[in-house]
Design a protein around this ligand. Structure first.
Ligand code: ADP
Length: 261
């Protein structure tokens, strides 16, 4: 696919590249609950797509299906041109390593230092230990946490742990980054600092980014595209300036009202 520069008012100008993620007809049930009812979605390299919608509308489940943490009941997830369902058990972990997942909580290993936590995925992927630790130091530096390399997670605050989790996602040089409400469990001041860090990561990257956040002001600022979900479906999508100026779905209207737009 040809690359093109696309200007989004309010969002940094960037070069959008090839399609990294393609989701088609995704359906996921939990017993009698239909969490996802047929979702199509694409994200290109350099593109920031933010998923918005009420609690329980399926955003986390969608991210988890994309990351291969849940198996969809129907539909396909293609990452970097590879159909995830067709990968062999040996290939799947290789692809997973190219996906950086930042969760609501930091999910760090408590008995490992910040540095070891960040290096863990690299070592598991076969990178020699010293090289992995050196790369981990670089990633910690990037998120302002070089000073905490030898600290255990319990010796860090919630916001600091989340910074380490972001370093852990970045260190693998992911094709695709998935962010699932990374500021949800933080107090407003720390949440603001993490949003600033996320903005910095987004501005420096050529990666494809898919984020779930309720921080609509942040979403408007950084996203190329907002995707509104309701009841397991995509109900509206488009550039922030367009969809927030002229929302057509009740969900998008609610977010518009939140902004006082
Ligand atoms: P959101 O991230 O938008 O808040 P979720 O994806 O977490 O929504 O949830 C979508 C729906 O699927 C909800 O009804 C939720 O209760 C249900 N659900 C999510 N995960 C599970 C699970 N592991 N088992 C049963 N139901 C689940």
């Amino acid at each position: 696919m040809a690359t093109a520069t696309e200007r989004v008012p309010g969002a940094p100008e960037r070069l959008l590249g090839e399609e990294v993620l393609r989701v088609r007809g995704l359906v996921k049930r939990f017993g009698s609950t239909q969490a996802i009812r047929g979702v199509d979605l694409e994200v290109r390299s350099g593109e920031v797509v933010v998923l918005l919608g009420p609690s329980g509308c399926g955003k986390s489940t969608l991210l988890r299906c994309i990351a291969g943490l849940e198996a969809p009941d129907q539909g396909t997830v293609t990452i970097g041109g590879l159909d995830v369902a067709e990968l062999t058990p040996r290939e799947l972990p290789l692809l997973r390593r190219r996906i950086g997942f930042v969760f609501q909580g930091s999910h760090l290993v408590r008995r490992l230092t910040a540095r070891q936590n960040v290096a863990l995925g690299l070592v598991a992927g076969g990178t020699p230990r010293d090289e992995a630790l050196a790369q981990a130091d670089g990633a910690l530096e990037q998120v302002g946490m070089a000073w905490a390399a030898e600290r255990l997670p319990d010796q860090l605050s919630g916001g600091e742990r989340q910074r380490v989790a972001i370093a852990r996602a970045l260190v693998n040089d992911p094709l695709l980054m998935l962010w699932d409400e990374p500021t949800a469990s933080l107090d407003p001041v720390v949440a603001h600092e993490i949003l600033q860090l996320m903005e910095q990561v987004v501005a420096q990257t050529e990666r494809a980014m898919l984020m779930v956040t309720h921080q609509v002001g942040f979403a408007r600022k950084v996203a190329h595209r907002l995707v509104f979900m309701d009841g397991g479906r995509v109900v509206e999508a488009g550039p922030p300036e367009e969809v927030l100026a002229h929302p057509t779905s009740p969900v998008a209207r609610r977010y518009q009202a939140l902004l006082g737009a």
